[in-house]
Design a protein around this ligand. Structure first.
Ligand SMILES: NC(=O)c1ccc[n+]([C@@H]2O[C@H](COP(=O)([O-])OP(=O)(O)OC[C@H]3O[C@@H](n4cnc5c(N)ncnc54)[C@H](OP(=O)(O)O)[C@@H]3O)[C@@H](O)[C@H]2O)c1
Length: 261
C-alpha cells in the first residue's frame, strides 16, 4: 500500500469498553503530532460514552470484508481490537480483516476476575448454562449480563429477575422481572444497598474483568450470595495482546514510530 504525502499514522480502535474509550486520549497525548486515531463504536447503546479525543465513527462495517475495505480506504496503519471480551464476532472480524489487508492487529483485553476466599462462584460457559443452574440456587436474581442475552432466561417462570442494563431490554424477557437502567462504574456501598434492597440471593455476571463493575462481586461475597459467572470465550488465536491502555500506547509507539517507514 503506498501512502504518498500522508501527514501521519492512522490507528483504528475498535471500542465499546472503558479501556477502548481511554485509549484514543492516551495515544494522542503520547503522540500529539503525527498520529490520527479513530475510535469505532458498534452503536448498540443509545447514548454511548465517547472517547475524549480523536475521531469517532459509529456502526458496523459489514463483516470482515467491510472492515478490510475501511482499513484500506482510510489508510489505517494499525488496528487495535479494544472490544469487550464477549464481543466475539467483531474480534474474529478484526483478525480476518487484518490478515486480508496486512494491517497489524493488537488486542487490548483487560484480565478476567479471579475468585478469592469466601466467593461462591459457579462458573458456566454460556447464558443458557447459567439459566439452567438458577432454579437450584435462588429465587431473586440480579442479572448483569446485558439486555441482549435475556432470551436465555425467558423460559424461567419462577424466579424474579432484577435486570441491570444500560438501555431498557427489548425482545424476549423472563416473565417476572424488574429493570434498573444504569451504567457503571458502580461502587461498593451502592452494590451492598442494591443486594439488600431487592433481597437478591443470586448474582449472574459475565467475567468482564476490570474495576468498574467488580464491587458487585465483593458485595455478593460479603453476604454469601452465590455468583453464576460466565467464562470468557476463546479470543482469536495468534493476536498479540496487551492488558491495559498504557501498555497499548507503548506498543503503538514501538510499532509505528520506532521502526522506519
Ligand atoms: N458483548 C458484551 O457483553 C459487551 C459488553 C460491553 C460492551 N460491549 C461492546 O458492545 C459492542 C457490541 O458488542 P457485541 O457483543 O454485540 O459484538 P459482536 O457480537 O462481536 O459484534 C456484532 C457486530 O457488531 C459490529 N460491531 C461490534 N463492535 C463494533 C465496533 N466497536 N465498531 C463497529 N462495529 C462493531 C460488527 O458489525 P459488522 O460485522 O457489520 O462490522 C459485528 O459483527 C462491542 O463494540 C463491544 O465492545 C459488548
Amino acid at each position: 500500500m503506498t501512502r504518498p504525502g500522508r501527514p501521519g499514522r492512522h490507528v483504528l480502535v475498535l471500542g465499546g469498553t472503558t479501556e477502548g474509550r481511554r485509549l484514543a486520549g492516551e495515544l494522542l497525548a503520547a503522540h500529539p503530532t503525527g498520529l490520527r486515531v479513530t475510535t469505532s463504536l458498534a452503536g448498540r447503546v443509545a447514548a454511548p460514552r465517547l472517547p475524549e479525543a480523536g475521531e469517532v465513527r459509529i456502526g458496523g462495517f459489514g463483516g470482515p470484508a467491510g472492515l478490510a475495505d475501511w482499513l484500506r480506504e482510510h489508510a489505517v496503519d494499525l488496528l487495535i481490537d479494544a472490544t469487550h471480551p464477549f464481543a466475539v464476532r467483531v474480534g474474529a472480524n478484526a483478525a480476518l480483516a487484518a490478515g486480508e489487508t496486512g494491517v497489524p492487529l493488537l488486542a487490548l483485553r483487560r484480565p478476567g476476575w479471579t475468585p478469592v476466599p469466601g466467593d461462591r462462584w459457579h462458573p458456566v460457559d454460556s447464558l443458557a448454562e447459567a439459566a439452567g443452574l438458577l432454579p437450584t440456587l435462588g429465587s431473586r436474581i440480579l442479572l448483569t449480563t446485558g439486555r441482549l442475552g435475556l432470551a436465555a432466561f425467558a423460559h424461567l417462570a419462577e424466579p424474579w429477575f432484577l435486570v441491570r442494563s444500560v438501555d431498557p431490554p427489548t425482545g424476549p424477557c423472563p416473565p417476572r422481572m424488574g429493570v434498573l437502567t444504569a451504567r457503571g462504574p458502580f461502587d461498593l456501598d451502592g452494590e451492598r444497598a442494591l443486594l439488600r434492597e431487592y433481597r437478591i440471593d443470586v448474582l449472574v455476571t459475565k467475567d468482564s474483568g476490570g474495576t468498574a463493575t467488580a464491587p458487585k462481586l465483593t458485595a455478593a461475597r460479603e453476604v454469601g450470595v452465590p455468583v453464576v459467572i460466565v467464562r470468557r470465550p476463546e479470543p482469536p488465536a495468534g493476536v498479540p495482546t496487551v492488558t491495559d491502555p498504557a501498555e497499548a500506547v507503548a506498543r503503538v509507539g514501538a510499532l509505528l514510530f520506532d521502526t522506519p517507514r
